[in-house]
Design a protein around this ligand. Structure first.
Ligand code: KG4
Ligand code: ZN
Length: 388
């Protein structure tokens, strides 16, 4: 069974092709990702109208590359008609302009399902992926599996590599706890099994990735802020390791003792802003020290709450997902504190940030569990606030 997956929820355009060879094994046959970081960097965040335009420009070339990589791109030899794409006329003319020559040139590939992210995310961006999926579904007469982006982030951590392009689903003992940390979300989710989720806590204001991005802007670092902050923080930790000196900056650990599993990161972001303002001009060392204290404070809250939730719900496994799961310090701190009592699952770094492979993996779990939720292509909707 072969799934073509599409991800356009934010600022990465992704297409992947996954083939399930037996009940547990997945071969990654093709994977392409186009990042819009350069487009959005000047705004310090993602600009929805520009994201939509970039997805519409990139998605068909990426589709072509991915099919080609998978050995599934075959030139048409007949004059079979191009499908009616008039539903794209009003809002998706750029996408339509790319799809017409694509359908004119290539045959229907050996794909069984199309998986597409329908939310959460930026709706104009989500619609591009959904409309591309609709067009492919109609033209090739194959079903669509709508996927929740956050489910993709969870499932991305549940595989292990067993060959160059081959992965196996890890045998997980459910229920498991998932810490989801991305640019738009910070959540603790109880996973009864794939497809059945219960949110037990979430941020009441900013997501942790968003806080990294905003603090990076205050310190004068480029978007996305997570990797840049993390790099400075690491340098400061190494530089001050011998001296054991206290950090000159001291930031709050919001909601550490709130007694629930919710988070709040807007206060800590504001505290960074005030600390920077008080200093006037930040020296390079100030920037490093502030980045370090910010990362230490946010990760401390994430780790302590995650441990408390794992203990309360007695979950033997903790799955960490989302862009911030790429953070080395988070990985280290969780391993230090929970490594002996729980199995920790992190995605490979390239699978932590947005990509289409995780969307295909989530769809694969639905097909494997025979609980596949296909949808009439004309009834698909983007839902920016879609919840697990
Ligand atoms: O999951 P993702 O790629 O997109 C969303 O669904 O939001 O997450 C992107 C977020 C950004 O806020 C970025 O700054 C953060 O993940 N991020 C990191 C790291 N790498 C990416 N945050 C902290 N440390 C990192 N190494
Ligand atoms: Zn994401």
């Amino acid at each position: 069974m072969t799934i073509l997956s599409i991800e356009t929820s934010c600022d990465e355009t992704g297409i992947a092709i996954l083939e399930t060879t037996d009940a547990n094994t997945v071969v990654l046959r093709g994977n392409a990702l186009a990042s819009q970081i350069d487009i959005h960097a000047q705004y310090g965040g993602v600009f929805p109208a520009l994201a939509k335009r970039a997805h519409a420009e990139k998605i068909v070339p990426l589709l072509q590359n991915t099919l080609n990589e998978a050995g599934l791109l075959e030139a048409k030899t007949d004059e079979s008609p191009i499908p009616d794409l008039s539903f794209l006329d009003e809002k998706e003319s750029a996408l339509k302009a790319h799809l017409i020559p694509f359908f004119a040139a290539y045959k229907k590939p050996a794909i069984d399902h199309i998986a597409v992210t329908t939310g959460p995310g930026l709706e104009p961006a989500l619609w591009v992926g959904i409309n591309a999926a609709r067009a492919l579904s109609i033209a090739w007469d194959i079903p669509i599996i709508p996927i929740n982006h956050m489910e993709g982030h969870i499932v991305a951590a549940a595989i292990e590599k067993i060959g160059e392009h081959t992965y196996r689903f890890i045998d997980i003992s459910f229920p498991t706890l998932s810490l989801l940390v991305s640019g738009g979300h910070t959540e603790l989710v109880l996973v009864e099994k794939f497809g059945v989720y219960k949110k037990i806590g979430q941020t009441r204001d900013d997501a942790v990735g968003e806080a990294f991005d905003k603090v990076a802007r205050v310190i004068g670092l480029p978007y996305p802020g997570g990797p840049a902050i993390s790099k400075l923080a690491h340098e400061w930790r190494v530089a001050t390791k011998e001296s054991h000196a206290q950090n000159a900056f001291s930031l709050p650990r919001p909601m550490l003792h709130s007694g629930d599993f919710d988070f709040s990161f807007s206060g800590i972001k504001t505290a960074v802003l005030y600390a920077a303002r008080d200093k006037g001009v930040l020296s390079d060392d100030d920037k490093k020290a502030l980045a370090c204290e910010f990362e230490t404070a946010t990760i401390e809250v994430l780790v302590k709450k995650t441990l408390a939730a794992a203990s309360e719900y007695a979950t033997p496994t903790i799955i960490v997902g989302g862009g911030v799961a790429a953070n080395t310090y988070l990985r280290e701190q969780l391993a230090l504190t929970a490594g002996n009592t729980a199995t920790l699952l992190f995605p490979e770094s390239w699978l932590a940030t947005d990509n289409a492979v995780m969307i295909g993996l989530a769809a694969t779990t639905q097909v494997i569990s025979r609980n596949k939720k296909t949808r009439n292509p004309n009834k698909l909707r983007a839902d920016g606030n879609l919840s697990l």
